[in-house]
Write a protein that binds this ligand. Sequence first.
Ligand code: TMP
Length: 208
Amino acid sequence: MTRGKFIVVEGMEGAGKSSAIAVVETFVQKLNHTYIKVREPGGTPLAEQLRTIVKSASHDEIVTQETELFLMYASRSQLLANKIHPALAKGHWVIADRHDLSSRAYQGGGRGIDEHVIDTIANITLKGFKPDLTLYLDIDPVIGLSRAKARGDLDRIELENIDFFHRVRNKYRQLAANDDKIITINAEQAIVKVHQDIEEILMKFLTT
Ligand code: TMP
Protein backbone atom coordinates (compact mmCIF):
# COMPACT_ATOMS: atom_id res chain seq x y z
CA MET A 1 0.00 0.00 0.00
CA THR A 2 1.42 3.41 -1.01
CA ARG A 3 1.39 5.91 1.82
CA GLY A 4 -0.79 8.96 1.37
CA LYS A 5 0.60 12.48 1.08
CA PHE A 6 0.56 15.06 3.84
CA ILE A 7 -0.17 18.58 2.58
CA VAL A 8 -0.13 21.55 4.93
CA VAL A 9 -1.48 25.07 4.43
CA GLU A 10 0.17 27.74 6.58
CA GLY A 11 -0.05 31.48 7.01
CA MET A 12 -1.12 34.30 9.26
CA GLU A 13 -4.62 35.37 10.14
CA GLY A 14 -6.38 36.79 7.09
CA ALA A 15 -3.98 35.18 4.59
CA GLY A 16 -6.78 33.10 3.02
CA LYS A 17 -6.00 29.64 4.41
CA SER A 18 -9.60 28.42 4.19
CA SER A 19 -10.03 29.17 0.50
CA ALA A 20 -6.54 27.77 -0.23
CA ILE A 21 -7.55 24.56 1.54
CA ALA A 22 -10.64 24.36 -0.66
CA VAL A 23 -8.36 24.56 -3.74
CA VAL A 24 -6.16 21.76 -2.40
CA GLU A 25 -9.23 19.68 -1.62
CA THR A 26 -10.60 20.03 -5.17
CA PHE A 27 -7.20 19.07 -6.55
CA VAL A 28 -6.96 15.94 -4.39
CA GLN A 29 -10.53 14.98 -5.35
CA LYS A 30 -9.63 15.27 -9.05
CA LEU A 31 -6.76 12.85 -8.47
CA ASN A 32 -9.32 10.47 -6.94
CA HIS A 33 -7.56 10.12 -3.64
CA THR A 34 -9.40 9.48 -0.40
CA TYR A 35 -8.43 12.19 2.09
CA ILE A 36 -9.11 13.72 5.47
CA LYS A 37 -8.92 17.35 6.54
CA VAL A 38 -7.49 18.35 9.91
CA ARG A 39 -6.63 21.56 11.73
CA GLU A 40 -4.14 22.55 14.39
CA PRO A 41 -4.40 23.11 17.20
CA GLY A 42 -7.26 20.61 17.33
CA GLY A 43 -8.54 17.76 15.19
CA THR A 44 -9.33 15.16 17.89
CA PRO A 45 -11.71 15.53 20.86
CA LEU A 46 -8.86 16.12 23.31
CA ALA A 47 -6.91 18.34 20.90
CA GLU A 48 -10.06 20.44 20.29
CA GLN A 49 -10.29 21.02 24.05
CA LEU A 50 -6.66 22.14 24.02
CA ARG A 51 -7.50 24.47 21.10
CA THR A 52 -10.28 26.10 23.13
CA ILE A 53 -7.94 26.58 26.08
CA VAL A 54 -5.02 27.96 24.08
CA LYS A 55 -7.14 30.35 22.01
CA SER A 56 -9.28 31.59 24.90
CA ALA A 57 -8.73 35.24 25.74
CA SER A 58 -10.58 35.03 29.06
CA HIS A 59 -7.88 33.59 31.33
CA ASP A 60 -7.44 35.66 34.47
CA GLU A 61 -3.89 34.41 34.83
CA ILE A 62 -0.82 34.75 32.65
CA VAL A 63 -0.48 32.08 29.98
CA THR A 64 3.27 31.54 29.83
CA GLN A 65 4.91 31.11 26.47
CA GLU A 66 6.10 27.68 27.58
CA THR A 67 2.54 26.60 28.39
CA GLU A 68 1.42 27.84 25.00
CA LEU A 69 4.21 25.87 23.31
CA PHE A 70 3.45 22.67 25.25
CA LEU A 71 -0.27 22.92 24.48
CA MET A 72 0.46 23.26 20.76
CA TYR A 73 2.67 20.18 20.81
CA ALA A 74 0.28 18.21 23.04
CA SER A 75 -2.45 18.88 20.49
CA ARG A 76 -0.11 17.93 17.62
CA SER A 77 0.84 14.67 19.33
CA GLN A 78 -2.82 13.67 19.72
CA LEU A 79 -3.60 14.53 16.12
CA LEU A 80 -0.61 12.66 14.75
CA ALA A 81 -1.29 9.48 16.69
CA ASN A 82 -5.06 9.40 16.27
CA LYS A 83 -5.62 10.83 12.81
CA ILE A 84 -2.63 11.72 10.63
CA HIS A 85 -0.45 8.61 10.94
CA PRO A 86 -3.35 6.13 10.69
CA ALA A 87 -4.77 7.92 7.61
CA LEU A 88 -1.43 8.05 5.78
CA ALA A 89 -0.78 4.39 6.59
CA LYS A 90 -4.10 3.48 4.94
CA GLY A 91 -3.03 5.35 1.80
CA HIS A 92 -5.32 8.32 2.48
CA TRP A 93 -4.11 11.85 1.91
CA VAL A 94 -4.16 14.43 4.70
CA ILE A 95 -4.84 18.15 4.17
CA ALA A 96 -3.88 20.16 7.23
CA ASP A 97 -4.73 23.69 8.29
CA ARG A 98 -1.42 24.48 10.09
CA HIS A 99 1.24 22.15 11.48
CA ASP A 100 4.72 22.37 13.02
CA LEU A 101 5.72 25.45 11.00
CA SER A 102 3.11 27.46 12.96
CA SER A 103 4.89 26.69 16.24
CA ARG A 104 8.21 27.69 14.69
CA ALA A 105 6.71 30.97 13.43
CA TYR A 106 4.43 31.96 16.36
CA GLN A 107 6.21 30.52 19.39
CA GLY A 108 9.70 30.73 17.86
CA GLY A 109 9.48 33.95 15.84
CA GLY A 110 6.63 35.74 17.61
CA ARG A 111 7.33 34.81 21.23
CA GLY A 112 11.08 34.45 20.77
CA ILE A 113 11.40 30.92 22.20
CA ASP A 114 14.85 29.50 21.45
CA GLU A 115 14.80 27.31 18.35
CA HIS A 116 16.79 24.57 20.11
CA VAL A 117 14.08 24.33 22.76
CA ILE A 118 11.47 23.96 20.01
CA ASP A 119 13.68 21.42 18.19
CA THR A 120 13.81 19.28 21.32
CA ILE A 121 10.03 19.24 21.80
CA ALA A 122 9.43 18.83 18.06
CA ASN A 123 11.78 15.83 17.93
CA ILE A 124 9.97 14.16 20.83
CA THR A 125 6.59 14.80 19.21
CA LEU A 126 7.27 14.32 15.51
CA LYS A 127 10.20 11.88 15.51
CA GLY A 128 11.39 13.26 12.19
CA PHE A 129 7.96 13.21 10.54
CA LYS A 130 7.53 16.00 7.95
CA PRO A 131 4.86 17.16 5.47
CA ASP A 132 5.28 16.23 1.81
CA LEU A 133 4.40 19.80 0.88
CA THR A 134 3.67 22.99 2.79
CA LEU A 135 2.00 25.96 1.09
CA TYR A 136 2.84 29.13 3.00
CA LEU A 137 0.49 32.04 2.23
CA ASP A 138 2.54 35.16 2.76
CA ILE A 139 0.79 38.43 3.64
CA ASP A 140 1.67 41.72 5.30
CA PRO A 141 0.20 41.39 8.82
CA VAL A 142 -1.38 44.83 8.57
CA ILE A 143 -3.49 43.61 5.64
CA GLY A 144 -4.08 40.13 7.09
CA LEU A 145 -5.17 41.36 10.50
CA SER A 146 -7.55 43.93 9.06
CA ARG A 147 -9.20 41.12 7.07
CA ALA A 148 -9.34 38.91 10.18
CA LYS A 149 -10.78 41.74 12.31
CA ALA A 150 -13.50 42.35 9.73
CA ARG A 151 -14.51 38.68 10.15
CA GLY A 152 -15.14 38.88 13.91
CA ASP A 153 -13.51 38.56 17.29
CA LEU A 154 -9.81 37.88 17.55
CA ASP A 155 -8.46 35.06 19.74
CA ARG A 156 -5.88 35.46 22.52
CA ILE A 157 -2.95 35.08 20.13
CA GLU A 158 -4.51 37.31 17.48
CA LEU A 159 -4.76 40.08 20.09
CA GLU A 160 -0.95 40.45 20.12
CA ASN A 161 0.58 43.70 18.88
CA ILE A 162 1.66 44.22 15.29
CA ASP A 163 5.38 43.74 16.08
CA PHE A 164 4.57 40.18 17.16
CA PHE A 165 3.04 39.48 13.76
CA HIS A 166 5.97 41.04 11.91
CA ARG A 167 8.25 38.64 13.79
CA VAL A 168 5.94 35.73 12.95
CA ARG A 169 6.02 36.66 9.27
CA ASN A 170 9.82 37.07 9.23
CA LYS A 171 10.25 33.62 10.76
CA TYR A 172 7.80 32.05 8.28
CA ARG A 173 9.68 33.62 5.37
CA GLN A 174 13.08 32.65 6.71
CA LEU A 175 12.07 29.02 7.27
CA ALA A 176 10.33 28.81 3.89
CA ALA A 177 13.43 30.15 2.13
CA ASN A 178 15.52 27.37 3.63
CA ASP A 179 13.27 24.40 2.93
CA ASP A 180 12.42 23.28 -0.60
CA LYS A 181 9.25 21.52 0.62
CA ILE A 182 7.80 24.84 1.83
CA ILE A 183 6.51 26.97 -1.03
CA THR A 184 5.75 30.64 -0.48
CA ILE A 185 2.67 32.05 -2.18
CA ASN A 186 2.04 35.78 -2.44
CA ALA A 187 -1.33 36.04 -0.69
CA GLU A 188 -1.64 39.76 -1.42
CA GLN A 189 -2.42 39.05 -5.09
CA ALA A 190 -5.95 38.84 -6.50
CA ILE A 191 -7.60 35.67 -5.19
CA VAL A 192 -7.82 34.18 -8.70
CA LYS A 193 -4.05 34.49 -9.08
CA VAL A 194 -3.43 33.03 -5.60
CA HIS A 195 -5.53 29.99 -6.52
CA GLN A 196 -3.76 29.62 -9.87
CA ASP A 197 -0.39 29.66 -8.11
CA ILE A 198 -1.59 26.98 -5.68
CA GLU A 199 -2.82 24.75 -8.51
CA GLU A 200 0.48 25.09 -10.38
CA ILE A 201 2.46 24.13 -7.29
CA LEU A 202 0.23 21.16 -6.58
CA MET A 203 0.63 19.95 -10.17
CA LYS A 204 4.39 20.31 -9.96
CA PHE A 205 4.87 18.64 -6.60
CA LEU A 206 2.15 16.05 -6.45
CA THR A 207 1.61 14.63 -9.88
CA THR A 208 5.18 13.63 -10.76
P1 TMP B 1 -6.47 29.42 13.41
O1 TMP B 1 -6.04 28.05 13.00
O2 TMP B 1 -7.93 29.60 13.54
O3 TMP B 1 -5.78 30.48 12.63
O4 TMP B 1 -6.01 29.65 14.93
C1 TMP B 1 -4.94 29.07 15.47
C2 TMP B 1 -4.19 30.09 16.32
O5 TMP B 1 -3.15 29.40 17.01
C3 TMP B 1 -3.51 31.16 15.47
O6 TMP B 1 -3.50 32.38 16.17
C4 TMP B 1 -2.10 30.65 15.34
C5 TMP B 1 -1.89 29.91 16.63
N1 TMP B 1 -0.94 28.78 16.59
C6 TMP B 1 0.27 28.91 17.22
O7 TMP B 1 0.55 29.96 17.80
N2 TMP B 1 1.14 27.86 17.20
C7 TMP B 1 0.86 26.67 16.60
O8 TMP B 1 1.68 25.74 16.61
C8 TMP B 1 -0.42 26.54 15.94
C9 TMP B 1 -0.78 25.26 15.27
C10 TMP B 1 -1.28 27.62 15.96
